[in-house]
Design a protein around this ligand. Structure first.
Ligand SMILES: *Cc1c(COP(=O)(O)O)cnc(C)c1O
Length: 381
């Protein structure tokens, strides 16, 4: 596709395509499906296929590549969390499956460290589960978890962030040991833990019963995700799924969490590519493109641009841009707003509490790093 045509299909609708310098953001489109993934999705559209069978085969292919017992393609990692929460409450019981989100008569509580409450924990609650905190804002101990386990506990949840480990949280190792001592399953949100490759499936291999991965982070459609886990756990998740609503005539809560056949095939291809690609080349290209933005922004008075050197997870490197307001007359928010007002709009963000804008290559097409760098530089002319 030529540069000039890019985004035309949106313009025809009167919507304005943008340059995404933020990274993998659901609100902006989330992911860039690779050409191989798009081609596979196109091919998958040419026949019908029983989706219960395709879920099994796609899941088996992913499980094999990840080295875990079983896997399931879901409507995003968020859906994997909802289905897993439902699965730990209702298990294999079709009456209970059809009763959710009403949890009467079931163990309906999922424990979560107070320190680990996070944006996506709401996806667990969508099943009907109630989240119960343990530990304090400052620290979580083994005793906190032991004391929190009660008659209504259905599972223990863990939020994994290898990029930024929390020394005051209870570790996953301890969480698994204590939960399993009490015959409770452990759920891990590892949505972005896909690099180093050893992290892909690592938590299930450590003994967790479930981990989710967001396929948006590895070149699949952002509407897809993965549940990885024990065979027992994945079977229970599959019973909650939209395919069972039709195929088993059991009305589980997963019915609105559809995944199309093209998407299931696309995820398998995306995982295969991710597992076999040359990650040194990937990282070196992203580092170079980040450095190109730094080069463009260097030498501007009151502006500092530095390389983010973290390579763990889905979004390596990137650039931190700091702006001295008393020198430039612009706040960070002014910069974000002005970039958005330009043509084409460039979307950036400074996260709450951060004193910098983080630019990422993830959502930038080849060469757009140049445009972003120049557009920022032009604000300080
Ligand atoms: C993105 C993300 C999710 C949600 O994943 P979707 O595939 O967008 O539903 C959940 N947890 C974490 C940590 C994430 O980064």
């Amino acid at each position: 596709m030529s540069e000039s045509n890019r985004g035309d299909i949106y313009k025809e609708l009167g919507a304005t395509p943008i340059i995404n310098a933020i990274g993998s953001v659901t609100m902006l489109g989330g992911s860039t499906p690779t050409p191989e993934v798009r081609a596979a999705m196109e091919r998958a559209g040419d026949s019908y296929i029983p989706l219960m069978e395709l879920e099994e085969k796609a899941g088996a292919a992913v499980a094999d590549m990840a080295g875990v017992p079983a896997a399931y393609v879901t409507s995003g990692a968020g859906s994997a969390l909802t289905l897993a929460a439902a699965a730990v409450m209702a298990g294999d019981d079709d009456d209970l499956i059809q009763q959710l989100p009403d949890t009467t008569g079931m163990k309906g509580e999922i424990l979560i460290q107070k320190r680990q409450r996070y944006w996506y924990d709401r996806c667990l609650e969508a099943s009907g589960a109630k989240l119960v905190d343990f530990g304090t804002d400052s620290r979580t101990t083994k005793e906190d978890l032991r004391n929190a386990i009660g008659d209504n506990t259905a599972a223990v949840h863990f939020y994994m962030v290898e990029q930024d480990p929390d020394p005051d949280a209870l570790s996953l190792e301890d969480t698994i040991e204590i939960a399993h001592d009490h015959d409770l399953p452990v759920l891990v949100d590892a949505a972005g833990q896909i690099y180093p490759l050893g992290n892909f499936g690592k938590y299930v291999k450590m003994g967790a019963d479930f981990q989710c991965i967001a396929a948006k982070y590895m070149g699949a459609s952002q509407s897809t995700g993965l549940a990885l886990g024990s065979e027992d756990m994945i079977r229970k998740i599959s019973k909650q799924s939209f395919v069972g609503y039709e195929g088993r005539r059991i009305r589980g809560i997963g019915r609105p969490h559809k995944v199309d056949r093209q998407e299931m095939v696309g995820v398998v291809v995306a995982v295969r590519q991710w597992m076999t690609m040359n990650h040194e080349d990937r990282l070196s290209s992203i580092e170079q493109r980040s450095n190109r933005m730094i080069e463009i922004l260097s030498g501007i008075e009151g502006v500092s641009a530095t390389l983010i050197d973290n390579m763990i997870g889905h979004q390596p490197f990137g650039v931190q841009v700091r702006v001295n307001e008393s020198v430039t007359g612009l706040t960070l928010q002014d910069v974000v707003d002005k970039l958005k007002q330009g043509d084409p709009p460039v979307w950036t963000r400074a996260r709450d509490g951060d004193d910098y804008i983080a630019l990422h290559i993830f959502g930038l097409s080849e060469g757009e790093e140049e445009i972003v760098g120049n557009r920022i530089a032009a604000l300080f002319d």
